[in-house]
Structures are given as C-alpha cells and as structure tokens.
Design a protein around this ligand. Structure first.
Ligand code: OGA
Ligand code: NI
Length: 365
C-alpha cells in the first residue's frame, strides 16, 4: 500500500507530466514561453537543489581547457609529434580541447550560428511541422529530447539533423540548409585529421580509427538557449557525457559551457573561430578508458539567446558490427573493461536514461 509520502510524490510526478505535456503540445518550445513575457519560470524547469551549480565547485578562472593548434601539422616531424603529444595529454586528462587553425573558415561558422538563430526566430509553422521526439526522424525540432525521462526540463530548444547516406537535404529547414551542408563538408576532413592524430596518440597505425568507420553518421544537435528570467533555478543543459565517438562543438560568444575537471567546473571560454572537441562515450569505450568522456553542462543565463551546434560523430547505425575496446590495445595487463555493443543500442540506452548519468556503466564488464 502506498504511504502518504509515496502518494504525494506520485501525485507530484503526475502534475509534472501533465505540465510537460501541455508545454510540449504548444510545439513552441522555451522560446514560446519567453515570447509570452514570463517573469517566473514554470515549476517543471526548476532543478532539484543538488543538481544546481554550487559556488564551492567553481574552478579558478586561471584553469583553462587545453588549446590544440593544428597550424604546424604539416611543417615537420617534430611539430607533428608535438601536436600528437598535446592531443594525447588533453584526451587523457581533460577529455576536452579547443581546436584552432582547423581550416573551417570563420565566416562559415558565423553563417551556421546565424542559420540556427533564424530558424528558431523564424516561421512558427516550419518549427511546428518539425516538432517531434521520434528519434527515427532524420530532421526534427523539440525542446528537451529526453523531456519525459528528466526530473526537470532544461532551458533550451533543439533542432536535430541526422546526416547519413539516406538524408534528403531538402528536409533541412531552408534558412540553415546551405550552411549545414557546407559545414559538414568542411568538418569531415578535420575529423579525418583528428582520427589520424588520435590513432597515433593511442600508439596505433595512423589509419586505424579511420578504418573503424566512426564518422559515418553525423548527428547535428543545434541548440537555442533563450534568455532565462530565473537562471539560478534551472539549467541550459544538465550534466551529461556525450554518446558519440567524438563531438565537435561550435558555440557562439556568450559562454556558459562548463566541464568537470578534478571535481571542479571549468568554463570553456569562447574563442572566436575555434571548435571545441570532446571525447565521447564510444571513444572512452574503444580506448578502454585511456581517453575520457568528460561530464559537462551549460548554465542558464539572463543573457541570450545563446546558440551552439554539437556534431556527434558516430559509427554507422545500420551496421550490425559490434563496437568494443580496440583489440590492439588489450593485453593481460590491460584487459577489456567493456562488453561489445552496437552503436545503435548504445544510443537507445543513452536516450532512455535522461541526462545526469552516463550510459557507459551499463556496458562495463
Ligand atoms: C551537447 C552539449 C553544449 C552546448 O549538445 O551534448 O553538450 O554548448 N552542448 O550547447
Ligand atoms: Ni554534450
């Protein structure tokens, strides 16, 4: 029999679900609330106290995410070695770095940010038609993809776009279509270079990771964080790790992204023209924990909108090939820490658990 406390909490859960549903049915996202001029955030955005930022956990501003400069990559063997060494260090101890001189033009990055802004601030019918949380859809728009798995919603709206061989580009909203296509075309060679450097950093032949087909699918997750009237009560994006192999993140100049490093939250300070790169769960798994998929989050803010585009590089989803720790890295001294998993199953368990925890633990041996 339910105790009074159980009954109260069940009742609260039902109220929250009803509020979630009403919000979802508007198909206008968080921006729709802000456009109505609300001064207090609805209760279902209020995070439990323990999940809100604490001032005791803030890192000193002198602590900064490493910067990897690719400018001298083709200069000589020593420069190449130096870059590999810096990348190895960053991937092992930070799981995050800012990539500069990567060859994607700054003007194109600006165009991408502008396209995302225009989509969110543009025609409401276009957004409503795309509004869906069906993860099988190649292109969709939703506020909080895991809304129903979360204890409280995040202050953001997201356009999702899954690039694989079967994507029809005309499904991408017109205002950002060209920019997305050009960005993807420019990003793939950077990913190839990065995979080469990561292979060498792991002590593998330089084409090893490329041979694993880990950039076959690119999931574009384009976020719009409207200004928030009560940022101290909610989150832009709750603490999570990424389900990708590697993530490329393009952020605008507002800031708010933080990563957990040595138990302290470090700001990822925006650098104009840089791409933030982080190791995802699947590379942590493939590298048998050598490289780290680091927890990160985005603070809500009275300033906004903040715009970002996370590109998750993942192995081909249609492949039935299981994915596990790279055999060449394993030995008696370094036994496998994870089971083999299909990339598609990994993503499913990731989506079903909500943010605030990692799905990697389900696949530990
Ligand atoms: C993500 C993410 C950060 C940002 O989409 O996984 O961490 O700055 N985004 O929006
Ligand atoms: Ni992330």
């Amino acid at each position: 029999m339910a105790t009074p406390t159980d009954a109260t909490s069940a009742c609260q859960t039902n109220t929250i679900l009803k509020e979630f549903k009403e919000f979802d049915d508007t198909k206008a996202g968080v921006k729709g609330l802000v456009d109505c001029g609300i001064e207090k955030i609805p209760e279902f955005f209020i995070q439990p106290q323990e999940l809100l930022p604490k001032s005791s956990e803030v890192a000193p501003p002198s602590l900064q995410v490493p910067i990897i400069d690719l400018e001298a990559i083709h200069k000589d063997a020593d420069s190449y070695k130096q870059i590999v060494q810096e990348l190895k260090q960053a991937s092992e101890s930070w799981g995050f770095f800012q990539l500069v001189n990567h060859n994607v033009p700054k003007a194109l990055l600006d165009e991408v940010i502008k396209g995302i802004k225009e989509f969110n601030e543009g025609n409401k019918d276009v957004k409503e038609k795309l509004y869906s949380r069906d993860i099988k859809k190649k292109v969709s728009f939703a506020s909080n993809l895991n809304l129903y798995q979360m204890s409280a919603a995040n202050w953001r709206d997201t356009l999702n776009c899954l690039f694989d061989d079967s994507l029809d580009p005309t499904d991408i909203p017109l205002v950002c279509r060209d920019a997305f296509m050009k960005y993807r075309e420019n990003l793939l060679p950077v990913a190839e270079t990065l995979y080469e450097l990561l292979s060498v950093a792991l002590g593998l032949p330089s084409d090893h990771i490329r041979g694993m087909n880990c950039a076959k699918t690119q999931i574009f997750v384009a976020h719009y964080y409207p200004p928030c009237p009560e940022p101290q009560l909610t989150m832009g994006t709750s603490t999570h790790t990424d389900p990708s192999f590697v993530t490329f993140l393009l952020q605008d100049s507002l800031g708010g992204l933080q990563i957990l490093h040595d138990d302290h939250w470090v700001d990822v300070t925006p650098i104009p023209g840089a791409l933030v790169v982080n190791i995802g769960d699947l590379l942590q798994l493939a590298s048998n924990d050598k490289f780290k998929s680091t927890k990160h989050r985005v603070l809500a803010s009275t300033r906004g909108p903040r715009i970002s585009l996370a590109t998750f590089l993942v192995p081909a989803f249609d492949k039935k090939k299981p994915f596990g720790p790279i055999k060449e890295l394993l030995s008696d001294k370094n036994p496998p820490l994870y089971k083999e998993v299909l990339a598609t199953d990994y993503l499913k368990s990731y989506v079903s658990k909500g943010l605030n925890s990692s799905a990697l633990s389900y696949f530990k041996l």
